[in-house]
Design a protein around this ligand. Structure first.
Ligand code: AMP
Ligand code: ZN
Length: 114
């Protein structure tokens, strides 16, 4: 746990969030500033700064996060489709330096993204 990390503080219960999913490896909770009707963050319990820091030992975890996004999408009834986004680094639009997946749904998604 990184003390100064927002998502580590949420994982430690120091900042409130409503977990819509939790298992041994990750949690999911609504984004505080939703960009779609459904906007859920899937966050690993392990502090990993970003996807750019992923190593071969993280392969199973990364797969689990993707599978969890699909499970949360089912729970959120996003049968019509959704988008999973991993903002990475400054130019990637990442603002919280703890790896997370955005699950966005409930509206039509534009392409290319901004
Ligand atoms: P990113 O910009 O990809 O790093 O995503 C970080 C996300 O965290 C943003 O969409 C924020 O709205 C969201 N966020 C920041 N603080 C909180 C919080 N306390 N609870 C839930 N989501 C948050
Ligand atoms: Zn963290």
């Amino acid at each position: 746990m990184a003390n100064e990390c927002l998502f580590c503080r949420i994982l430690a219960g120091k900042i409130p969030a409503t977990f819509v999913y939790e298992d041994d490896l990750c949690v999911a909770f609504p984004d505080i500033n939703p960009q779609a009707r459904a906007h859920v963050l899937i966050v690993p319990k392990e502090h990993l700064v970003s996807l750019a820091y992923a190593a071969p030992k993280h392969t199973a975890l990364l797969g689990h996060l993707m599978a969890t996004a699909a499970e949360v999408a089912r729970r959120q009834h996003l049968e019509r489709g959704y988008r999973v986004v991993v903002n990475t680094g400054t130019e990637g639009g990442q603002t919280v330096e703890h790896l997370h997946l955005h699950l966005l749904g409930g509206r039509y998604m534009d392409w290319p993204p901004g």
